[in-house]
Design a protein around this ligand. Structure first.
Ligand code: NAD
Length: 705
């Protein structure tokens, strides 16, 4: 006991429940709710019931931790709570403030009345976890809101302002005053009215009829729309089927249909992937070795060194968060270009109607361009985004060390260079951290927070908090060449180029992996990022002896000036004003000539093999990264790929995908790939962690079996 507080005022029993933080309907809370409802029904001092959250919110739904086990259907389950409400001879009022989401809204709909605070948010977000509402939501919402309204709520999954529903039977009274007082007063009014006319049955959503004259057309339209928009996701279609059942069948038959549709979705790989992501996002915020109360430094002003592609994009993030931001460049011309890049972002937003002119101007006003280090010395955080060259980075960091106030955080946006070496250019390596943004930095969600050997806990904690403030998904990475994301993508690109040598064309390779669900194949992606970027990284890696084989075709491509979209030609041809990639006869000839010069036979590589080689190159390197503790957990790697590299969301990320295939099978296929004599020598040696988990029947995200 202890989750539900029972009291009676003005002849109304008030059941104030709480299970912080969001009152999820756990097994323990369900037991207590039933007991308290039964107590109120038996209580002669109470003529009505009010269900209210004791902590400023109603309920955010089922306890998602119970999803993976059998907890959710452990009796009493939420349907049992509703059955007790259905049988109540006394009126039950749900008093809703904060949020009523998922099972929380379903519970409120199972009450006779709903008194809702105007600031509350209501929603059925199940679709975001790959399932449908499973406690009557699909049957009660259409009865209270109509077919179209119910579909909008359930297909979007968004928490919506209660005021949107003020005129529907979903809300009996919308209030702006103290909710508890208002709900008790409402309940007392109901009791008084019923005294006058006791024969009237209590209103129940289940007894209402769905009235929709255009039902068939509406459902058909909805089905067509979700088939186009959510091809890989089965839940939206199931929601439409369930709403159809609500409109056509009696309530209990509709409930049976809801259950029939719910069960297979819960067990589907898509729902497992989406739930995995839900937990991955929360887990990523926990940093090994960082006590939860680690102090955070205040960041009230930021300085960006370099106003290039990345510097400008990074600046936009802070301007959007209302943080004054310096941009420092080497020369006036470069500075003007940098400011122009930031302005272009805002002009674009105004043009698209996403921002009004005044707002754009107020953000631009926070940008402080400068050529002098003296101006930025007082900034709390500085992010270096100059050329990817250790010599240039050294100059900048020595200068920052000399200029910045004590306690300032010194961050580098390097993609591949050693953050520990960069930190060693300063007398304060504890204040140095990597903040690896992705391009375009104002759009991409991912931020790799690179933890140097000496980075102070406070600096890391500040970086994580800052990521939240600028709405990024932060993932902590250790120091290595490429960190988590680029180290893995290097293997993927190596395989892409290898398959090109063996006989596949860029368009075949791109099409195969796009068919798997990637937003963009490796060649289109490289054209977008700029082929010169990977070229320069390769030159450094050749010099350091880190690359065994030369990427002859890729190098020649750049030497021909085919840098990608920005130069109008790369692996593909691009036409002015058209971002579509067109197969290029020039590239075709380049590839054919190089293959002929190498004198090796080529073959058509089947689609499935292309996908295996690309995806398992990520998985195998991911396993190494995990074993070396560069990544703290497999789900962090998944998040990196979902938010930074366009990995298909419905597959849950590379490590989750490997888990869903089964690691034994993954290891078996990797060994099979190793038998191709044309492939890069040693490439397909299974990572030791993968080999071990495969042998034990374990998984990346679940550990050993
Ligand atoms: P860029 O060439 O577009 O911009 C670099 C800018 O730095 C130029 O405007 C240059 O004038 C300025 N600069 C050079 N030396 C300077 C100095 N000493 N002081 C002040 N300014 C100086 O390069 P970019 O693509 O923006 O990359 C910047 C950094 O971000 C690199 O370390 C790169 O590896 C990293 N990065 C790039 C990407 C990407 O996709 N482009 C993604 C993540 C990280």
């Amino acid at each position: 006991m202890g989750h539900v507080e029972y009291s009676v005022s003005d002849g109304v029993a008030v059941l104030a429940f709480q299970l912080p933080p969001v009152n999820s309907l756990s097994h323990a809370l369900r037991i207590e709710l039933i007991a308290a409802i039964e107590r109120a029904i038996a209580d002669e001092a109470a003529a009505a019931l009010v269900l209210i959250g004791a902590n400023g919110t109603f309920c955010a739904g089922a306890d998602i931790k119970e999803f993976s086990g059998s907890g959710m259907w452990r009796e009493p389950h939420i349907l049992d709570v509703m059955a007790v409400l259905d049988d109540s001879p006394k009126p039950v009022v749900a008093a809703v403030e904060g949020v009523a989401l998922g099972g929380g809204l379903e519970l409120a709909m199972a009450c006779h009345y709903r008194v809702v605070h105007a600031g509350a948010k209501l929603g059925l977000p199940e679709v975001k976890l790959g399932i449908i509402p499973g406690a009557g939501g699909t049957q009660r919402l259409p009865r209270l809101l109509g077919v179209e309204g119910a579909l909008n709520v359930m297909l979007s999954g968004e928490p919506l302002p209660a005021t949107l529903f003020a005129k529907s039977p979903l809300i009996d009274r919308l209030v702006e005053t103290d909710l508890r007082v208002a709900a008790v007063a409402f309940a007392a009014e109901v009791v008084a009215a019923r005294r006058a006319d006791a024969s009237k049955p209590l209103p129940r959503a289940r007894d209402r009829k769905v009235r929709e004259p255009n039902l068939e057309a509406l459902l058909q339209f909805a089905r067509n729309s979700v088939r186009a928009a959510f091809k890989e996701y089965p839940a939206p279609l199931a929601i439409i089927d369930a709403v159809q059942a609500a409109a056509r069948l009696p309530f209990d038959a509709g409930m049976a249909e809801e259950r029939r549709l719910f069960e297979p979705l819960m067990a589907s790989p898509v729902s497992k992937a989406l739930r995995h992501i839900f937990f991955a996002e929360r887990a990523a915020q926990r940093v090994d070795g960082l006590p939860s109360k680690t102090p955070v430094r205040e960041v009230k002003s930021v300085a960006i060194i370099g106003g290039g592609t990345m510097g400008a994009g990074i600046a936009v993030n802070f301007l959007n968060a209302g943080i004054p931001t310096f941009m420092l460049e080497v020369a006036q011309e470069a500075l003007d270009r940098g400011v122009g890049r930031v302005r272009d972002v805002y002009l674009g937003q105004v043009k698209k109607g996403r921002m009004d002119q005044a707002k754009a101007e107020s953000r631009m006003a926070l940008l402080k361009p400068t050529l002098a280090y003296a101006d930025i010395g007082g900034a709390d955080l500085v992010i270096e985004a100059v050329f990817e060259d250790m010599g240039v980075k050294e100059k900048v960091f020595r200068q920052l060390d000399a200029t910045m106030k004590p306690g300032a955080i010194l961050a580098t946006n390097t993609s591949t260079l050693d953050v520990d070496r960069i930190a060693a250019f300063t007398q304060r390596p504890q204040d140095v951290v990597g903040l690896h943004f992705f391009s375009p930095a104002n759009v991409m969600k991912l931020l790799e927070v690179v933890r140097g050997a000496k980075t102070a806990p406070e600096v890391l904690a500040t970086a994580m908090a800052l990521a939240k403030a600028i709405r990024k998904t932060a993932v902590v990475s250790g120091v290595c060449d490429g960190f988590i994301g680029n180290r893995m993508i290097n293997q993927y690109f190596a395989q892409s180029l290898q398959m090109l040598d063996e006989g596949a064309s860029p368009q075949e390779i791109d099409a195969a992996i796009e068919g798997f669900g990637f937003a963009m194949g490796p060649f289109r992606m490289s054209d977008l990022a700029g082929n010169d970027i990977s070229y320069h990284i390769r030159q450094r890696q050749y010099a350091e002896g880190k690359l065994k084989a030369r990427a002859v075709i890729a190098d020649k491509l750049v030497e021909m000036g085919r840098n990608g979209q920005k130069s109008g030609a790369g692996w593909y041809d691009y036409r002015p004003g058209d971002r579509n990639a067109h197969p290029s006869p020039v590239v075709e000839k380049l590839v054919a000539d190089e293959r002929a010069a190498a004198g090796t036979a080529t073959r058509r590589i089947p689609k499935e093999e292309i996908v295996d080689r690309l995806v398992y190159s990520l998985v195998n390197e991911g396993a190494r990264i995990l074993e070396e503790r560069i990544a703290q957990r497999a789900s962090d790697i998944d998040l990196v790929y979902l938010t930074g590299y366009g990995f298909p969301v419905w597959r849950g990320g590379p490590m989750q995908y490997a888990d869903s295939v089964g690691l034994y099978e993954v290891a078996r296929r990797i060994r099979k790939l190793a038998s191709n004599p044309r492939d890069i020598p040693g490439f397909w040696t299974p990572a030791p962690l993968l080999a071990r988990l495969a042998a034990e029947g374990g998984s990346f995200n679940g550990g050993a079996a």
